[in-house]
Design a protein around this ligand. Structure first.
Ligand code: NAP
Ligand code: G3P
Length: 325
């Protein structure tokens, strides 16, 4: 394993790109930060790079990946691609790592995702994250690059699960913001987040992710961080909608990207295609579309048909084993 300082190019100089640049610099790596407004060309920025880390918003990932491919295909032979975007591409429904893998089929691609609110990381507060890849050695290399006293990095062999945890929780965070904005209390919030996790697992399983990954840092961990922090942009979207703002008003005042807004639309397509029940996401979708009010969304969730808590574990099954108490 190479523990020497690496040349790292970070694509995207927004909140997350800058926070990751700070974390990499702790370990004496050479970091170059690029955005489409950079004075230095992408080709020059990528010269001799060991690691490309993408922290571009979902809407720009494919264009930027194509740009990287067009300017520097040959010199990227041994470069590891790390993706830190939390979103889904409309129409293809691809995750960011799937886009990078399609365009760079011969490069190791590593997903980096966890409960990582950039504002806290900027304040040098401690945090943990997960790096996941089909290429174990590449994941371990990225673990070494970023591990420090401020940032604890775990590896995981389920990149799709790690990536989807960070992506799917954004929609539930919008609903959690609504819950707090309406002052519905701690019981309601606990129910919402727990049932939200069930939706994440259902979608994740359909898309090939492992259930246990959603109970780790990149799933439950990120869900808890994002649903409980006013620092989260996704949470803020829900909170402000519950306080009578319109979506355009909220988005125009938001600093940075709230990926959950677009992810919600993509999830509705996936759920319809695969007949997956995602009632919370459905209410968030209708709320974002201006079709219902936050109160109506709440009523719809509370008045759904009564059912067993677990999809594949009906209560009758437990009772028949004599565990009724
Ligand atoms: N902030 C966090 O706490 C955090 C933590 C973990 C993961 N993430 C994820 O990281 C991603 C970026 O988040 P962020 O907070 O850094 O957002 P941000 O502050 O809004 O920055 C987004 C970056 O993406 C670039 N970008 C957007 N659209 C683009 C396009 N069409 N072409 C090229 N570049 C484009 C922006 O460039 P311009 O400045 O030129 O628009 C900017 O550099 C999101 O997927 C987010 O979910 C964020
Ligand atoms: O500000 P948000 O809602 O995009 O959340 C940021 C990160 O995903 C938290 O891990």
């Amino acid at each position: 394993m190479n523990n020497k300082p690496q040349n790292i190019t970070i694509l995207g100089a927004g909140a997350w790109g800058q926070a990751l640049a700070h974390l990499a610099a702790i370990n004496q790596h050479t970091v170059r930060l690029w955005s489409r407004h950079s004075p230095v060309s992408l080709e020059d920025t990528l010269a001799n790079t060991d690691i490309i880390l993408c922290a571009i918003s979902m809407k720009g990932v494919r264009d930027v990946a194509n740009l990287v491919n067009s300017v520097n295909e040959k010199s990227l032979k041994n470069t590891i691609v790390v993706t830190a975007t939390k979103g889904l591409e409309p129409y293809t429904t691809y995750t960011p790592s799937q886009i990078w893998e399609t365009i760079f089929p011969h490069q190791p691609v590593v997903v980096l995702s966890g409960p990582n609110l950039s504002k806290e990381i900027e304040q040098k507060l401690p945090a943990a994250t997960v790096v996941a890849s089909k290429n174990v050695v590449a994941a371990q290399q990225i673990q070494l690059v970023f591990s420090s006293q401020q940032f604890r990095v775990y590896t995981n062999p389920d990149p799709v699960g790690v990536e989807l945890g960070g992506t799917l929780k954004n929609v539930i965070a919008i609903s959690a913001g609504v819950c707090d904005g309406l002052h519905l209390g701690t019981n309601a919030k606990a129910a919402l987040v727990t049932r939200g996790l069930t939706e994440m697992v259902r979608i994740g399983n359909t898309l090939g992710a492992k259930t246990e990954t959603f109970y780790g840092l990149s799933g439950l961990g990120d869900l808890l961080a994002t649903c409980n922090s006013p620092l989260s942009r996704n949470y803020q979207v829900g909170y402000q909608l519950a306080n009578s703002k319109t979506l355009p008003e909220v988005l125009s005042s938001l600093s940075g990207t709230a990926e959950g807004v677009n992810t919600c639309r993509v999830l509705m397509e996936i759920a319809q295609k695969h007949s997956i029940a995602i009632p919370i996401t459905e209410q968030v979708y209708q709320l974002l579309a201006g079709e219902i009010t936050p109160r109506q969304a709440l009523d719809k969730l509370m008045l759904r048909d009564i059912k067993s808590e677990f999809d594949n574990f009906p209560v009758e099954q437990i009772w028949s084993r004599g565990e009724k108490c």
